[in-house]
Write a protein that binds this ligand. Sequence first.
Ligand SMILES: Cc1cc2nc3c(=O)[nH]c(=O)nc-3n(C[C@H](O)[C@H](O)[C@H](O)COP(=O)(O)OP(=O)(O)OC[C@H]3O[C@@H](n4cnc5c(N)ncnc54)[C@H](O)[C@@H]3O)c2cc1C
Length: 383
Amino acid sequence: MDFSLTKEQVELKEEYKIFAQKEIAPIAFYVDEKAQFSFDSLKKLAEIGFLGLVYPKEYGGQGKTLLEAIIAVEELAKECPSTTLSCGVSSTLFAYHIFNFGTNAQKEKYIPKVIKGEIIGAWALTEPEAGSDAASITTTAIKKNGNYIVNGTKIFITNAPIADVVIVMAKTDPEKGARGISAIIVEKDSPGFNRGITLDKMGFRGLQVGELIFENCTVPEENLLGKEGLGFLQAMKVLEQGRVAVAGVGVAIAQACLEESVTRSNKRIQFGKPISNFQLIQQKLSDMKVRIDASRLLTYKAACLISNKKPCAVESSVAKLFSTETANFCANEAVQIFGGYGYIKKYKDRYKIERMYRDAKLLEIVEGTSEVQRMIISRHLTR
Ligand SMILES: Cc1cc2nc3c(=O)[nH]c(=O)nc-3n(C[C@H](O)[C@H](O)[C@H](O)COP(=O)(O)OP(=O)(O)OC[C@H]3O[C@@H](n4cnc5c(N)ncnc54)[C@H](O)[C@@H]3O)c2cc1C
């Protein structure tokens, strides 16, 4: 066990830190305020190679490990969690599903375009009546004359309003429960593909999230990913990696909150001293640091397991659970350390912790709530 990053990983971290400060930070407040996705940032993230970090060079990727991708995520999400997650859903959930379960033709068709930022992908499992109980989805995909006819509604789908192509989990055999679910690629121009409403949100406001409505939506049968009936298992595998990425965003938010809190508590004078002199503030800073270090180690461990093709279902849930709760803990403590200045959007200066506080909450909900992560972990312990 060697806990130090390699020289290349340290250089990558520095490269992404400089990039994030120069290209992502300046528009992060605008992205939040206007609830806008930045296509310009997508282009720049494609140019720096972020969208293809973990994919092989033959697809235009960088051939790096998931650990390296998490290091990049940490630097980007410290400045703008929204932009990082939007691009991450396309390059992680969507592209990773195709990379792992698609045919060569499907990989060649979609992965290079995602990596170049030419197309945006979405990944649609959740439905109005099927959230945590994902196996109870009712969207159907019935085979007819060489096509799948898809019917149903998906909700809370990241990138739904802007996606060019979506992986839809649907029942090809509604009698078989989870074993009747298949994953199907649906392009935006398919007849019967409709974007529903775009949702307004508390945080992660730059993330474009909405409904997708399929009304006799017709796609060729070669759009099936893998085999019929394996879609749910595929989705669970994809979420293992997705949860590690969400854990990385959690580490980033927590770290950003700590850094802002240290700077602020050294500067803010009350009772004639910087507030960092007070033990109650020192305790907050040290508790944040301890949880962040533990979150980062758990996240890096899960990332390494996935890169080494080792089982990771429990470890990715552990990392996601702890890191996202740490992000919320740190955002809460940061706002407390800033006092009234933490609660308002702007007075002379503008502090990102108000945004981070709103952003952090989502991480405990997406890609399986904290309760679902606890269920996965305890099921493993007691089976
Ligand atoms: C901004 C945003 C982006 C999203 N992006 C995507 C996306 O790209 N693709 C996608 O498919 N989905 C996406 N989701 C959906 C997300 O994964 C779900 O919201 C999440 O899985 C929870 O489902 P739910 O909201 O229906 O809550 P519910 O499942 O209704 O849960 C409500 C509460 O009950 C708890 N609960 C449920 N079952 C149990 C149980 N057995 N034991 C204990 N507690 C339980 C939950 O933990 C939660 O606290 C997104 C959601 C949001 C808000």
